[in-house]
Write a protein that binds this ligand. Sequence first.
Ligand code: PAF
Length: 308
Amino acid sequence: MKSINGFSQKRQSMIQQFSHIAPLQNYLAEKINEGQEFSFVPTMGNLHEGHLSLARESLKDSRNSFCVFSIFVNPKQFGPKEDFHNYPSTIEEDIVKLSSLSKEMKKDILLFYPDNQQEIFPEGFATSITVDGLSKILCGKQRKNHFKGVTTVVYRLLILLKPHRTYMGLKDFQQQFLIKKMVKDLLLSSEIISLPTIREKSNLAMSSRNNYLTPQEREGEALCLYNTMLRVKHALENSSLSLKEKISLFNDEKEKTLGPHSKWQYLELLDSETLKNITSKTKTAQIFGAYLCGKTRLIDNMTIYLNP
Ligand code: PAF
């Protein structure tokens, strides 16, 4: 265990760094014995306000005495042609951000930053967790084993750390949906709390992969994802249309958007509570989009109130 900037001696709010699981588990056991509860924010680092807002909101909850924040770039969720080896790593900057958040919130943040993969997946680890069906739709269509990798690593982290509450962003709607399902099906004890997408001023959803965009793409073409979804949302929230008309309006939009040379990977409208096709029982729907801006794959989603 390392305390950053020596804050630990003075018992001010601080960030403590753990690169091994065993000392972190010992520390957590002591705190739990004292009756403390804690939040957990799993990330892959390269922190932006989206990640920090999860930790901040968790620390606003008086039930959470402190927050465990993990940074682990999980190899299992990347495909062979994806950016695992180039995934942006900015650990020094990340530590500074977490440190100032801990001071702002006057609560401790424990950074779990494993220095090798074996801390999470020991030699010979051979099990995986898959949520059937729902991990094959939307992003799961293009990224074949992505969600299997995500649910497996999150399962491991939840079992190793046993947090009372885990905070996830709605930007990755499908991810948090699958994790909630896994937690329910496998009787895990952590409560999964989903928080709204944090956007840049331009409305681009914050993502570590936005760093791959050129400044021109970031202020221009990348916004086409948000703007298209917003336009469809406004059209569908028109209460004078029947459900059938809304579905056919959406299908027309989808056909126009996903033309043969389109940079869109998908544009879908699904029931927010089931991730299945919308029906007359659907209260809120979710529009989902994935768009290739240059080489950068962007995803976003928006809630649609079908009966406003
Ligand atoms: O959203 C992410 O950053 C990752 O998918 C997660 C949840 C940390 C698992 O590696």
